[in-house]
Design a protein around this ligand. Structure first.
Ligand code: SIN
Length: 330
């Protein structure tokens, strides 16, 4: 029997339009409605009974925490009904990895949730969106995807929402899971998994945002040669409750920055050390003595993913030891 899949449209290049079919750089994202996208890929209906729902129509740079909370509530609501088997979300690729990790941590269901985007606009010759959408529905309708957390599928790959990241501004194989690798591939229309997400997610996650109307403010500060504490101090003055420092190497920083962050930590601001390096672990008490300064090491999370976990952690506590534990659990 065919499964019932809801596709939630949020915008992005997958729904983008340019002035002609050869144009892949200058276009407007978020132009084609989700129902039009579905109509343009009629093959989808042979895999599942598919319906569309337009949640937003934005370039993903304009995705907000408010929209996130609306999306989370809607997904949890839809998945709680017995007549829906899975969800696909179309999303702009620029912040897709952030939405994927947030959903991975707060969706309360084992049913498949798959995010999909495209690197070429819908109007382009050889647009990648229609095939990516077809494959994402295949994945969401598969038994194999049940209980695997929130997945991201572009270009025939299956990625975990925790690890996936955009690695190239233009190419169609932009979405990768550095170090840790894909969870699997779509071989034709069949998902083949090779490994499982080991960290807590979805029904095993302790985070619940369904009753929240906003998320704690966390800012990312980028590390570079001769950087000063100015931006971190300005962020806290503007209301930030947490700072993710995109440090050098293994989350390293200049003495000036370290001393300033240490003062902020003493004031109750949670400081997470991540890295500007594209892969690898930021280890606790490695490049910086976290015990001494009361900092948190981000483990393998990139600055933008660490920000999401810190926002959720701050809904529960600002104790840096407890938050460090969360960075090892999630
Ligand atoms: C966006 O993120 O909305 C625009 C870029 C894209 O989807 O590739």
């Amino acid at each position: 029997m065919k499964k019932n899949i809801v596709i939630i449209g949020t915008g992005g290049t997958i729904a983008g339009k340019a002035s002609c079919s050869t144009e892949t750089l200058c276009y407007t994202a978020a132009m084609v409605s989700i129902n039009n996208l579905i109509q343009e890929v009629p093959e989808i209906q042979s895999i599942a009974n598919v319906t569309g729902e337009q949640l937003s129509q934005v370039d993903s740079g304009d995705m907000t925490c408010e929209l996130w909370l609306t999306l989370v509530k809607r997904i949890n609501e839809i998945l709680a009904t017995s007549d829906v088997d899975g969800i696909v979300i179309t999303h702009g690729t620029d912040t897709l990895e952030e939405t994927a990790y947030l959903l991975h941590l707060v969706i309360k269901s084992e049913k498949p949730v798959v995010l999909v985007g495209a690197m070429r606009p819908f109007s382009a010759m050889s647009a990648d969106g229609p095939m990516n959408l077809y494959k994402a529905v295949t994945l969401a309708a598969s038994n194999a995807a049940i209980g695997k957390g929130v997945l991201v599928s572009l270009n025939n790959t299956i990625n975990c929402g925790r690890e996936v990241t955009k690695t190239n501004t233009l190419l169609q194989d932009s979405f990768q899971s550095p170090d840790i690798g894909y969870l699997g591939y779509l071989q034709g229309s069949e998902p083949h998994f090779y490994r499982l997400p080991a960290r807590k997610h979805t029904i095993n996650s302790g985070f619940d945002v369904t009753k929240l109307t906003e998320l704690p403010q966390v800012e990312i500060i980028y590390g570079y040669l001769n950087s000063s504490p100015l931006l971190a101090e300005a962020a806290v003055a503007a209301g930030a409750k947490g700072i993710v420092y995109a440090g050098l190497g293994n989350g390293s920083m200049s003495k000036d920055v370290r001393d300033a962050l240490s003062i902020l930590a003493k004031q109750g601001i949670v400081i997470v050390r991540s890295t500007r390096v594209a892969s690898g672990i930021v280890t606790r008490n490695g490049a910086v003595d976290d015990d001494l300064y009361n900092f948190v090491a981000s483990d393998t999370l990139s600055p933008q993913k660490a920000r999401i976990l810190l926002m959720l952690a701050l809904t529960k506590t600002n104790n840096s030891n407890e938050i460090q534990r969360m960075f090892w659990d999630y």
